[in-house]
Design a protein around this ligand. Structure first.
Ligand SMILES: Cc1ncc(COP(=O)(O)O)c(C=O)c1O
Length: 361
C-alpha cells in the first residue's frame, strides 16, 4: 500500500535531533516563550526575508491575530478565495470582520485579480491571498489594486513555506503573512503551531501583545488579548525541521517533476509558470470522474485525499455567515480535485508506481 501520508516515516530522519531538542528544552526549564521560540522566530523571519516573525498557537490564530493587529473597523470587508481551507474564512469572522468571497483562477487555484476587482466595495479593507497547495498567489498583480483601494494584503502562507515568485518568498509578499506549522505541512511541528511574518515592527509588537493576554509587560494588560503562544517545545522541533526545509522541498519538487512528466494528459496537472518556485505541499490532479478514480487507486493500493470535498461557502458552519455568492469555479475544483501521495517519506519509486497505475485508468 502506498500511504497518502506517513508522518512517523517522514519524521524518522529527524528523530535523533528531535531528541536533543527535547532534552535541551526540558533541562533549560523555561517552557513558555523561552529561547527556542525566540530563536525559531529569528530563524524563520530570516528564512522568509523579513525582519519579524511572531510565533502563535496555530495557523488559524496566525490569521486571526494578524487581521486583528491591523485594527480595521468592526464589520469591514475582507476578500477571501472561495476555494480555500475554511480557516482562511473563519479567521475573518473571528476577527470581527466580514468575509467576501472571490473566485480563483482555475489554472492556478489562487485568487484571480480580475475577478477580485468586482468584489471590492467602499467597506473593503484587506485581501487574504492564500497560496494554495504550495504555489504563491499572484501578489504582484494584486498590488496595484491594493494600492488603488488602500487594501492590506495578508498572505495565508499555511501551505507555502519556502515558495517564491522570483526572489520574493511567501511570507514577504504582503503586509503580513500567516503560517501554519500543522504536522503535515512542509515545515510541520509535532503538534499545533503557527507564525506571522511582517516587515512592520509596530504590527509585530501588537501581535506579540495580543498573543500573550494583551500584555507587553507581565501582569500589565493593555488590550483584551489571548493565550496563543507558540509552544516552546514545538519551536525547538521546528528549528530542527527548518534547517532541513530546503531539502524537504527539493525532494517534493523532484517527485512533482516525475508526476508532471509521467502522467498522461487526461489529468489536469498543476500549472508550472515561469518565475514561480512551487513547493507542492499538495500535488493535485483534476479529473471529471474523480470519485471513480479515487476508488480505482485504492483498489490498486494507492491512498489519496481530497483538498477539499466541500467548498467553504457550502459548509453548514457558514450558513448565514458568508454572502450568497455563486462560486462555479470553486465548485468545479471541489468536484474534480484529487491529491496524490507526495511527501518526504515517498520515494521516486513510489511515485513511478502511482503514475503507472494512474496512466492505466
Ligand atoms: C490554507 C490554510 N489556512 C489556514 C490553515 C490553518 O492552520 P492550522 O490548522 O494550523 O490552524 C491551514 C491548515 O490547516 C491551511 O491549509
Amino acid at each position: 500500500m502506498i500511504e497518502f501520508e506517513d508522518l512517523g516515516k517522514a519524521n524518522a530522519p529527524f528523530f535523533a535531533a528531535y531528541g536533543r531538542a527535547f532534552e535541551g528544552v526540558l533541562r533549560g526549564g523555561r517552557y513558555i516563550l523561552g529561547d527556542a521560540v525566540r530563536a525559531f522566530e529569528a530563524d524563520f523571519a530570516a528564512y522568509c526575508g523579513v525582519p519579524h516573525c511572531a510565533g502563535v498557537a496555530s495557523g488559524l490564530d496566525a490569521l486571526t491575530l494578524a487581521l486583528q493587529s491591523f485594527g480595521f473597523p468592526a464589520g469591514s470587508e475582507v476578500i477571501v478565495p472561495s476555494n480555500t481551507f475554511i480557516a482562511s474564512i473563519l479567521s475573518v469572522l473571528h476577527a470581527g470582520l466580514t468575509p467576501v468571497l472571490a473566485e480563483p483562477d482555475l489554472r492556478t487555484y489562487n485568487l484571480d485579480p480580475a475577478g477580485l476587482a468586482e468584489r471590492i466595495t467602499p467597506r473593503t479593507v484587506a485581501v487574504v491571498a492564500v497560496h494554495l497547495y504550495g504555489k504563491c498567489c499572484d501578489v504582484p498583480r494584486l498590488e496595484p489594486l491594493a494600492r488603488q483601494h488602500n487594501l492590506k494584503i495578508i498572505e495565508d502562507a499555511s501551505q507555502a513555506h519556502g515558495a517564491r515568485i522570483g526572489q520574493r518568498k511567501a511570507g514577504s509578499l504582503g503586509d503580513a503573512a500567516a503560517f501554519s506549522f500543522y504536522p503535515t505541512k512542509n515545515l510541520g511541528a509535532l503538534g499545533d503551531g503557527g507564525g506571522v511574518t511582517t516587515r512592520d515592527a509596530a504590527l509585530d509588537g501588537r501581535l506579540r501583545t495580543l498573543r500573550n493576554y494583551g500584555s507587553a509587560e507581565k501582569y500589565y494588560n493593555d488590550v483584551p488579548g489571548y493565550n496563543s503562544r507558540l509552544d516552546e517545545m514545538q519551536a525547538a522541533f521546528l528549528r530542527v525541521k527548518l534547517a532541513r526545509l530546503d531539502e524537504i522541498i527539493a525532494h517534493k519538487r523532484q517527485l512533482a517533476a516525475l508526476y508532471l512528466e509521467g502522467l498522461k494528459e487526461d489529468f489536469v496537472k498543476p500549472v508550472v509558470e515561469a518565475g514561480y518556485f512551487d513547493v507542492y505541499h499538495i500535488f493535485n490532479v483534476r479529473h471529471p470522474r474523480r470519485d471513480e478514480l479515487r476508488a480505482y487507486l485504492l483498489n490498486n493500493d494507492v491512498k489519496t485525499e481530497i483538498h477539499y470535498p466541500v467548498p467553504p461557502a457550502r459548509q453548514k458552519a457558514m450558513r448565514g455567515l458568508v454572502d450568497h455568492f455563486d462560486c462555479p469555479v470553486a465548485d468545479t475544483i471541489h468536484q474534480t480535485t484529487l491529491s496524490l501521495p507526495i511527501s518526504y517519506a515517498h520515494t521516486p519509486g513510489d511515485v513511478c508506481r502511482v503514475i503507472e497505475v494512474l496512466n492505466r485508468f
